[in-house]
Design a protein around this ligand. Structure first.
Ligand code: PLP
Length: 440
């Protein structure tokens, strides 16, 4: 290896970092503040109006805005994304003995409501380039008990909805779109969340449209909507606009279960929602500039998108890392070196669901040998999972590098991110050697 210009060395090899290394360094590149006076003002005004419970005018207006933006006939607010998924599953009639498929690379709350409804989660693998659910692997796992697939638009990327809807038509299995990471994403001109049978969104604090805590369920199917209201909207009459008389005899108390959103959170989300398109445009522009800049750097690659996918939300910004292509530099060491440049990169923070003790080993959720995760020793027939069951997710996710998502980046922020990655990549062999020597 030729002699290197010391000034250009990565910080991990004794050079100067690309970013100034203070806790503020990313802040300087992205001074965006999620919450502003406008969000504080609406919460203040609603409090003084005592609009603190039920389907208040702000809540109803928000739900209407949601219907229009997502092109669904129905939409109802709930306490969080988990209850949105729960309502969607209940809306579909998922219950005891049913199976629900989702990729092992997903957030636990996206599938956890299934066992709460006595249904069994069944995991499938992901596509190695897009990280989205692999529809063909999902197909292989369908049995006569399968009722739904939870397709998650992870990190703001978009699933192969054509393949999933085809699978659904062929098998009768419903599609739940979990859009928690992908607020505002589209597929072939249609809003995500309106393509499958039902969409669910988290509005939790770090999501692009934040209610602090909140969630939304949207659908074009009247029965799913009415059942979602039945399970979560106890005593809410105003603005629910139930269409049929099917459950009228149970209203207004429904099943007596309450998933109603806090109006203050929805008020805050209603301000956030108006900023979403602009926020998405800025995040998209930054991400696309960085992704384009990766083209000439060996060992890193953007996450692929399906034809017609318009990612949005951008809850995370993963890129693929290939240690073999990058001079043998491990993903962990690559991330360390980027951090030493002052770039806040990190590895994948989502455990693969099949590796969690809950799903790997089973659990007697309801005690006394009942529930969908009981193994034969517990009195059931749940088989659990082993490491190696999902080879693609296991390999690919361990090599992901998450770059910071900038929402209002200063000029040249993307170029600085690319510079840090390029600098480390160009010295990958030296860094890998340093690790090998340290291990000797
Ligand atoms: C993909 C996904 N689905 C569902 C949820 C659950 O949302 P909440 O935290 O609002 O309950 C989350 C939360 O982060 C999520 O990331």
């Amino acid at each position: 290896m030729g002699k290197t210009n010391h000034e250009n060395l990565p910080a991990a090899l004794g050079g100067a970092p690309v970013f100034v290394q203070t806790a503020e360094s990313q802040g300087k590149l992205d001074p965006w503040r999620q919450m502003t006076e406008a969000e504080a003002q609406i919460a203040y005004d609603m409090t003084l109006r005592n609009e603190l419970s039920g389907g208040t005018p702000v809540v109803r207006e928000f739900e209407q805005m949601w219907r229009e933006k997502h092109a669904t006939r129905f939409a109802v607010s709930v306490i969080n994304g988990t209850s949105a998924i729960h309502s969607a599953m209940f809306g579909l009639g998922i219950g005891p003995g049913d199976e629900v498929i989702t990729p092992t690379y997903n957030w636990i709350c996206s599938i956890a409501p299934a066992p709460m409804l006595m249904a069994r989660p069944v995991f499938c693998d992901i596509h190695p380039q897009t990280l989205m659910i692999d529809p063909e692997d999902a197909r292989r796992r369908i049995t006569e008990r399968t009722r739904a697939i939870v397709a998650v638009h992870l990190w703001g990327n978009v699933c192969d909805m054509d393949a999933l809807m085809k699978l659904s038509e062929e098998t009768g299995v419903a599609i739940i779109e979990d859009c928690s990471h992908a607020h505002g994403a589209m597929y072939k001109g249609r809003p995500c969340g309106s393509i499958g049978h039902v969409g669910a969104w988290s509005l939790q604090g770090s999501k692009p449209t934040s209610a602090g805590e909140g969630g939304m369920v949207g659908t074009n199917d009247v029965d799913i909507f009415e059942r979602a209201c039945l399970i979560g909207q106890v005593n809410r009459v105003a603005g629910l606009d139930l269409v049929t008389d099917k459950y009228k005899h149970l209203q207004p108390l429904g099943l007596g279960v309450k998933f109603r959103a806090h109006p203050l959170g929805i008020g805050i989300a209603s301000v956030q929602m108006k900023k979403l398109d602009e926020l998405n445009a800025r995040r998209r522009n930054h991400i696309q500039t960085v992704e384009a800049g990766l083209a000439g750097i060996r060992g890193v690659q953007p996450v692929a998108k399906y034809e017609g996918a318009e990612p949005a939300g951008f809850y995370g910004f993963p890129i693929h890392h290939d240690p073999e292509e990058m001079g043998g530099l491990s993903t962990d060491r690559f991330i360390d070196a980027l951090n030493k440049e002052g770039l806040r990169a990190r590895g994948n923070g989502y455990p693969l669901l099949h590796t969690l003790p809950l799903f790997a080993d089973g659990f007697d959720i309801f005690t006394r040998g009942r529930g969908p995760l009981c193994t034969p020793e517990m009195g059931g027939d749940y088989q659990g999972y082993q490491p190696g069951d999902f080879p693609i997710a296991e390999k690919v996710c361990s090599r992901l590098v998450f770059l910071p998502v900038f929402s209002a980046p200063v000029e040249n922020a993307a170029e600085q991110v690319i510079a840090a990655i390029r600098k480390v990549a160009e010295h990958a062999e030296e860094l890998a050697e340093q690790v090998a020597q340290a291990a000797d």
